[in-house]
Write a new protein. Structure first.
Length: 160
């Protein structure tokens, strides 16, 4: 017979709200938003660093032994873009990075990987980072183009 032991935990936010003389939910949410906004600049710096690392990642040498390692590095860098961009609702960057992850995942390990995929995605993310906030149509066109790459390279994937 197994016994399940649960240890109730309360979040810091819950403690602040429920404590005598605690803060209101509205004030707590405002403070949380302000805290996240204060981190946005650093988050986008991390995104830019990871995209630059993707751009600098050299393709593996044909018939080289490091092909899977390079692919894995590209995947890890794209995943790091998602991790750094997601808290700030940068769905455009997350979608581009996710597209690269999908393509790396779907690539057969026994065949050479089309490294142009990494280059195109890194360039797309660089462009998205450089676009002004009001360039929503351009962002959509970039993401549509990346979706077409996914649809072409992964059988059964549909471009939106």
């Amino acid at each position: 017979m197994s016994v399940v032991l649960t240890i109730p935990r309360t979040s810091r936010l819950s403690s602040m709200i429920n404590a005598p003389g605690g803060i209101s939910i509205g004030v707590a949410l405002t403070q949380a938003r302000d805290n996240v906004q204060a981190l946005q600049e650093r988050g986008l710096e991390i995104v830019a660093e990871r995209v630059a690392a993707l751009m600098a990642l050299a393709p593996p040498v044909p018939d080289g032994t490091d092909a899977l390692e390079r692919r894995s590095t590209a995947y890890q860098l794209a995943r790091a873009v998602i991790d750094a961009a997601h808290p700030f609702q940068r769905d455009d960057l997350c979608t581009a990075a996710s597209s690269l992850c999908d393509l790396v995942d779907a690539a057969p390990e026994d065949r050479p990987f089309d490294w142009r995929i990494v280059t195109v995605h890194a360039q797309a993310m660089q462009l998205i980072l450089a676009l002004p906030p009001e360039a929503a149509d351009t962002r959509r066109q970039i993401l549509d183009s990346l979706a077409q790459v996914v649809a072409h390279k992964i059988p059964g994937a549909a471009a939106d």
